[in-house]
Design a protein. Sequence first.
Lengths: 270, 271
Amino acid sequence: VSDAPAIERTTPVEIGEISILKDSVESFLTDDRRLAGLRESIASGNIVVLKSFASREEIDRLNRYLLGVMQTSMEGYVPRREGAPNHFRLSFDDERAVVRAWFASWSFFPWNQDLFSLYERYAPVYQLRNVLTGLPPRTFLGRKPEMGCCARLAVQFYPRGKGYMAAHMDPYDKHQVVVPIMPMSKRGLDFQTGGSFVARRNGERVSTEDFVDPGDILLFHSQCVHGVETVDAGHALDPLSGAGRWMFLFAVNKLAGNTQIADATMISSV
Amino acid sequence: VNLATERPPPKDGRVDVGELVVQDASVEACIADPKRQQALRELLAAGNVPVFKRVAQERELAPVMRHLHNVMLSTMEEYVPIREGAKNYMRLSFGDERALVPLWGVSWSFFSWNRDLFNLYRRYASIYRLRNVLGGFPPDTFISRKAERGCAARLAVHFYPSGKGHLGAHTDPLGSHQVALASLAMSRSGRDFKTGGFYLKRMNGERLFVEDVLEPGDLYLSNPACVHGVEVVDIDTEYDPTGHAGRWVMLFPVNKVAGNTEIADSVSYES
């Protein structure tokens, strides 16, 4: 990818500043200069927040639906292959995971349909992700995988008392330079302690929770070390409750069997 | 009334739309009476719409809709090819460009080899039997535990949500497996939805909104070669993806199983 900054793929990117912008996601898709500035900012390790992409009301409606799915269905492993169904998954400290974590997730692929037409609603976020990576805006948004990868729009739920994700870096490759996420919960309201962080090379953790509101888009370099500190540590886990931290992840993942793209890397020193 | 000779089918295969004709005999009486069957065949061939009143009670349809709405709110859809042994499933069709006919709706499909909470194949077997005898088949064809003649019964409930639900104008494949489309109204036009809904389109462009004069539980038959569709339901209402409001209908199709190329697909008349 010609526009992607050349970096050593195993070295963490040192985090810079948290930059809160009022510009819309769409405004970067039509302004090359603005896009170049954003790309440069992310490449230098800044964490960029684009305010108010989604409303709290639409987020809560989606949350209620997904919680209903969790409470009435049994999870199933679904390999990432063309045509894979949307699915619900539990990751409860499974020792087989590349990155240790405790969360529930719902995954949506662009070849399926869903009640909220999520790929239509959140297409601008994927388009921004693509152009920041140097790819045509609609890459991965068609009905088929591309470049051995597929879009996987995922909602993650980190339940109060247990939810966490260990510090890690995501792959940096032709499919991915930046990782966009969208918080769906607010610390201080939906949970009290823990939540999303990024980490400096010296191991210092910087929480991002105080800078974001539900519906904001948070962009950071895939090689920034990041994770989720245990949400409301010390509280008893209620397996049926929806209390905790929710977020959207706009992922592009390699398909099962693709060995050309690396896995995420857990950083145990952070 | 034999209108067949008065309304010959046009050369492109479409059949013009006649009138609603309320039947004085029950579905069961028609299954048992070849003369009544012949009269129905003639009505259908002429594009008329035979109506059977009160085939189901509204109070038995409400829990079915409640159950299916709960399924919609608690599951993620999954594509299931129509094959012998396929499981019952829910499907979302939200403006998917891959669909043969433009569509926004939710459907739940039931196969005769599966079971369901409401024993739908037992409860509504007579509707399939009527369809079968009209097509010249033994009454119980397609409703056994196996696919037959490359086809399978697929009892389906369709939900067209207020604000978005629609189905483009089209005709369905006409053949001995399907001489009539059978539809059981589950909603009341004017109460459960205000505007839009199912229509049959006459050659002169006029649309006959059949369910405007029907009640939940009424069954109507129509010729698959009559152009039909669903006008956007409650077009001025804000769409709620988790809502229940809109048009519900139970259908009794027989579909070709995956790989059967002998039966045609639906033909869109949107253009």
